[in-house]
Design a binder for this molecule. Structure first.
Ligand code: ADP
Ligand code: RBF
Ligand code: MG
Length: 397
């Protein structure tokens, strides 16, 4: 699906969608709708959430009314919901890689626009909560500023016009099907970053489908590359998770020769929804044992097509035994790649070993090595161990 070089060189402007692309709006949508539905004697069905993605507020409201059989007109429903949403705009988090991408475009002088089906006033309210965003866009177009919202091309055509450029010079980044359709109808190049997992097959009309904004490769489009990758790794704001090691699918070591000490994903649903699926690395602390290098995948393991999102940390150390039930603490410091499917089990295994080599080497860099001393990892080490100057502590110096 790579775009031929001559076309790629034409690209000079980027147009970004807001909800689901830069902002984790879906989270707030369910936070508002859940209690509202409960009050009306209904139950929120997260499996229906994808139907709202990319719609204008009016269209989304109509879908909810219909799906749940609520006794309101769309206007009535919107007038009840709007104040609830207005209170939430500043609670919407930026998606992984959003700040990085916006800063990158700005610092490299690539003009960028925001083009969203949301009304202009909502866009302004949402981006005002994120430092440096408003100043980074050379144009902002809302759904109420054109005749028809996405999937009509109007919003994107208007954004190009306001940036004084032509559609073939524009690269659109979009998470929704209506958005991708709109971008293609506008005659633009489109990268899809689907916000609903496991539905990537539906995005075949996009020029490229990626898993998250961390995977944008601007050089593929003739734009300046990111310069923050170090030895095949991308440093991220570290995050910390921990808990007892639980039974996984029982095929990590048996089938792959790669044991993964699974953590109970349901305990981390908030952290997990904040981070995209993918292959990460960092440090692992095991109570009574020590601190070890670690490489892991988070997600649905496309090769096995799991229905549950799992956390699969492989500790880069030979233990020679199981440690189910022990407290495992992780600090995740860098990103390697998105999860992928593979043509054979051998190629999956080969790739995971490559990930391990990358993590092993990168964790020696001071930038990543310093997190080995995180108190969070040590808290899990039994107190008497540290008092005795036991192996686990000596190990981690
Ligand atoms: P499961 O499907 O139950 O997770 P695996 O085949 O993935 O089973 O094996 C994982 C288990 O192996 C871990 O829970 C842990 O007890 C043990 N184990 C042994 N060595 C390691 C290691 N280096 N990294 C992760 N887990 C290991
Ligand atoms: N599974 C996949 O289907 N695709 C992947 O790209 C993938 N990458 C992985 C990378 C690492 C570092 C690890 C530890 C696991 C990865 N897995 C991947 C998950 C692997 O399939 C999983 O651990 C087994 O299914 C065991 O449950
Ligand atoms: Mg496992």
């Amino acid at each position: 699906m790579a775009t031929p070089k001559p076309i790629a060189r034409l690209i000079s402007h980027v147009i970004l969608d807001l909800d689901g692309t830069l902002l984790n709006t879906d989270c707030v949508v369910s936070q508002v709708l859940k209690p509202f539905l409960v009050k009306n004697g209904k139950k929120w069905d997260s499996k229906k959430a994808h139907k709202l993605v990319g719609k204008t507020p009016y269209e989304a409201a109509a879908v909810v009314l219909e799906d749940y059989g609520l006794p309101y007109s769309t206007e009535e429903f919107l007038s009840m919901l709007t104040p609830m949403f207005n209170e939430q705009w500043c609670n919407i988090k930026a998606l992984p890689g959003a700040n990085r991408l916006i800063k990158h475009l700005k610092s490299n002088g690539v003009p960028a626009a925001l083009a969203s089906n949301s009304p202009r006033s909502n866009i302004e309210a949402k981006i005002s909560c994120h430092q440096g965003w408003k100043e980074s866009f050379s144009a902002i177009v809302g759904g109420d500023e054109v005749e028809k919202g996405k999937p009509s091309p109007d919003i994107f055509l208007e954004a190009a016009k306001r940036m004084n450029t032509n559609p073939p010079n524009c690269l659109v980044i979009e998470d929704s099907l209506p958005g991708v359709a709109a971008g293609k109808a506008a005659g633009m190049h489109v990268i899809a970053v689907p916000s609903v997992p496991k539905r990537t097959a539906e995005f075949s009309s996009a020029d490229e489908v990626i898993n998250s904004l961390l995977d944008v490769k601007p050089e593929k489009w003739g734009l300046p590359p990111f310069s923050d990758w170090i030895d095949d790794t991308l440093p991220i704001e570290p995050w910390f998770i921990g808990g007892p090691v639980i039974k996984g699918f029982g095929r990590g070591s048996k089938v792959l020769g790669i044991p993964t000490a699974n953590l109970p994903a349901e305990n981390f649903s908030d952290v997990l929804s904040e981070h995209t699926s993918g292959v990460y690395f960092g440090w692992a602390g095991l109570s009574t044992r020590g601190i070890y290098k670690m490489v892991m995948s988070i997600g649905w393991n496309p090769y096995f097509d799991n229905t549950e999102k799992t956390i699969e940390p492989w500790l880069l150390h030979d233990f020679g035994e199981d440690f189910y039930g022990e407290e495992l603490r992780l600090v995740i410091v860098g990103y390697i790649r998105p999860e992928a499917n593979f043509p054979s089990l051998e190629s999956l295994i080969e790739r995971i070993h490559e990930d391990a080599r990358i993590a092993e080497k990168a964790l020696n860099l001071p930038l990543y090595a310093k997190y080995k001393d995180s108190p969070y990892l040590r808290n899990s080490l039994k107190e008497d161990n540290s008092a005795n100057g036991n192996q686990s502590v000596i190990d981690s110096k």
